[in-house]
Ligand binder design. Structure first.
Ligand code: TMP
Length: 241
């Protein structure tokens, strides 16, 4: 719930203090972020927090519908009508606007912790660095579709593209973007890493080549100060014992 109090962002500007905590997971295909996001959500629930697990594109019935159009392999579509980058952005933004308005903002207002598999950084990495669309316009469009919502913290799972793709292509739910060239995925990885170097300190780069247990421990260590702050300020909802 936005209150009249405001907090300083790392860029120095003021934004309204809100309830809840918005955590996003980002990374190239096969980086293991989805498994870790599920494990983190389970851990937070066991600690008594109210947790919503969601993903992008998707997270609401309409947005999940759009996800199917976005990820359907091209060969199943009319071969003369592949998705162009601008259409990719339009679909992603359409899904994001539904997700933000109908799930994320109401849940945050109730003090929930959102664990979200991908958000706006993926648009900059995939459609910006990967497809070559202008970053400035993408930033402004995604801010508009997300009603200005940005994550409190982002875990960027990083590993070499060859390792990630090997893991993905062995999976059963291969999607349209898994079939992109290694060069495309390299640009996406570089894009994510360059977003993480910006002086926002929101994005933590996680070495995804380590054991699942080591990664899970690191995520909890990074999150603990935010959880403590959220409990102290009653920004986070907890179940009664
Ligand atoms: P995943 O959720 O299984 O990782 O699949 C989602 C795919 O959608 C993944 O290939 C990245 C892609 N994507 C974009 O290209 N742009 C975006 O803004 C988002 C959220 C996802």
């Amino acid at each position: 719930m936005a209150s009249s109090r405001s907090q300083e962002t790392s860029s120095g500007s003021k934004r309204p203090r809100r309830k809840g905590l918005f955590i996003t997971f980002e990374g190239i295909e096969g980086s293991g972020k989805s498994t870790q996001s599920r494990a983190l959500a389970q851990h937070l629930r066991s600690e008594g927090f109210r947790v919503i697990e969601t993903r992008e594109p998707g997270g609401t019935p309409v947005a999940e519908h759009i996800r199917k159009v976005f990820l359907q392999p091209t060969r199943k579509r009319h071969s003369v009508d592949p998705l162009v980058p601008e259409c990719e952005v339009a679909l992603i933004l359409a899904a994001r606007s539904q997700h933000v308005a109908n799930l994320l903002l109401p849940a945050l207002q109730q003090g929930a912790i959102i664990v979200c598999d991908r958000f706006s950084d993926s648009t900059l990495a995939y459609q910006g660095f990967g497809r070559g669309l202008p970053l400035r316009e993408l930033r402004s469009l995604t801010r508009w579709a997300a009603k200005g919502l940005t994550p409190d913290v982002t875990f960027l799972f990083d590993l070499p593209v060859s390792q990630g793709l090997r893991r993905r292509l062995n999976s059963t739910d291969v999607n349209r973007l898994d079939h992109e060239t290694a060069a495309f995925h390299q640009r996406v990885r570089k894009g994510f890493l360059s977003l993480a170097t910006q002086p926002l300190r929101r994005i933590h780069t996680i070495n995804a080549g380590r054991s699942a247990q080591a990664i899970a421990r690191q995520l909890i260590t990074l999150l603990n100060p935010l959880l403590e702050e959220g409990l102290k300020t009653r920004r986070l909802a907890v179940k009664r014992a």
